[in-house]
Design a protein around this ligand. Sequence first.
Ligand SMILES: NC(=O)C1=CN([C@@H]2O[C@H](COP(=O)(O)OP(=O)(O)OC[C@H]3O[C@@H](n4cnc5c(N)ncnc54)[C@H](O)[C@@H]3O)[C@@H](O)[C@H]2O)[C@@H](O)CC1
Ligand SMILES: Nc1ncnc2c1ncn2[C@@H]1O[C@H](COP(=O)(O)OP(=O)(O)O)[C@@H](O)[C@H]1O
Ligand SMILES: [K+]
Length: 507
Amino acid sequence: MELLTTVEMGEADRLAGARGAAGADLMESAGLAVADRVVAMLQGRPVTVVAGTGNNGGDGFVAARLLQSRGHAVRLLLVGDRGKLKGDAAAAAGRWQGPVEAATPERLGNTPGVIVDALFGAGLDRPVEGLPRAMIEAMNASGAPVVAVDLPSGINGTTGTVMGAAVEAVHTVTFFRLKPGHVLLPGRLHCGDLTVADIGIPADVLAEIKPRAFLNRPALWSGVFPVPKPEGHKYGRGHAVVVSGGLSFGGAARLAARGALRAGAGLATLATPREALAVQAAANLAIMVRPVDGAEELRGFLSDTRHNAMVLGPGGGVGAPMRAQVLAALASEAAVVLDADALTSFADSADDLFSAIGKRAGRAVILTPHSGEFDRLFKEIKKNLKVIGKLDQARAAARLSGAVVLFKGADTVVAAPDGRTSIADNAPPYLATAGAGDVLAGMIAGLLAQHMPAFEAASAAVWLHGEAAAAFGPGLISEDLPDALPAVYRRLFAALGAASPGPRKTL
Ligand SMILES: NC(=O)C1=CN([C@@H]2O[C@H](COP(=O)(O)OP(=O)(O)OC[C@H]3O[C@@H](n4cnc5c(N)ncnc54)[C@H](O)[C@@H]3O)[C@@H](O)[C@H]2O)[C@@H](O)CC1
Ligand SMILES: Nc1ncnc2c1ncn2[C@@H]1O[C@H](COP(=O)(O)OP(=O)(O)O)[C@@H](O)[C@H]1O
Ligand SMILES: [K+]
């Protein structure tokens, strides 16, 4: 599903108008969707609508009228002068039969009913202060469930950030398409449950808007997902290589290699220092183990182009030897995933990394920082106050580095250098466990080995990783993740209509 910034949503509105949809009709449909949602949770209680003077408030006036016409008790508190209402919002206010009370926190009080937050939506353009802020705080303090119109007031729809203060809703009713701010943290946490209502904006406006951000769902990448073919063989499914750390640091690489194999790579090999060879050989069955010490040996190992995807970083150590290995990997033909220590090793020489990536021309590189690693590697981006929010930070990092950047967290963003981004919302909190990132890096390599393009491989791996964690459930540790993947694949392949062919039925 496309995610529209607030500017793109305004464009959708304009294009819908150009195709004959009247603004008043869109507002009527928006207000109706809100009223329907509120009715479902009222249980005889009254409604208080807190409206602003923009079109978000207009939606609130429509909802107020429709709820009153269905016999519910409705109060309307307006934040700002009635004279400020314009156009469709002024017309909607004109059709509201009840009193318009000047909003104050005291008038809201401890309302016994449901609150409709129609203060600010897509038009929020500066931090909230004064009366609007006091009303947001009063809504949160009231103890009443809040249904937000379009966005919880105070949340920036494009970045998901809190602009001073923000409503904590139990439900948000938005229109046409979600915005990034509904998916990114902290915005997502303020939304509660979501309804995306069709208000009559024709879907073909999207062809003109050309959105660049997408909710991370199979529809985004399933067209290039590597489903095994009956006539295939393991070499056709690629050979993933994971570079292991030393004797007591080899667990991270083992997790990654198991992730790669479970994700579907035909073969997986641990390239391990000799000091850890015996341990790694004893600890693995399906995963092959080969002695590879240092950058020169790695260069030689990767000169065999059947080794077509690799992971470097987990448990690998920070410093010059790691930097040399990364540069050797980037000089090879293999698709490269750089994680953990491979990223931190370039904290003070990021330009060296980016220029080596720049020389690869078309061969995949994926960087997988968590926020600490991101801050170290992309210091300039973090310092630039104009680049606000995780989505634009990830995009700026992809443009700067020339790599696909996978910025981890509960709202993992994958950004390609061409500006495409995906945002995931399916990772359960118990995925935050030691080694989960190592498995993810391996899963990405497993998909790259099967020739999936980089942006799609990274997005697919993030989604599968979240689903695997959710399928296993609470108590998850990273070792469980690869083995939770087959059940996720079964469901995915069935949904894709590509259930693995079993023995042929001959009738
Ligand atoms: N397709 C669309 O775009 C549709 C939009 N609709 C509604 O229209 C809304 C957007 O309407 P608007 O663009 O009028 O914007 P809003 O109603 O969100 O707010 C805009 C008003 O608030 C003021 N404002 C912004 N930040 C402020 C702050 N921090 N403190 C005080 N005042 C502040 C602005 O100056 C402006 O007057 C959407 O969120 C949605 O609810 C719906 O009516 C249906 C169709
Ligand atoms: N609060 C959270 N909710 C859901 N997923 C999370 C949360 N915090 C982190 N994650 C995910 O958990 C994984 C942790 O990876 P990482 O930080 O690299 O850990 P490690 O280095 O121990 O493997 C990532 O996939 C990240 O997106
Ligand atoms: K709102």
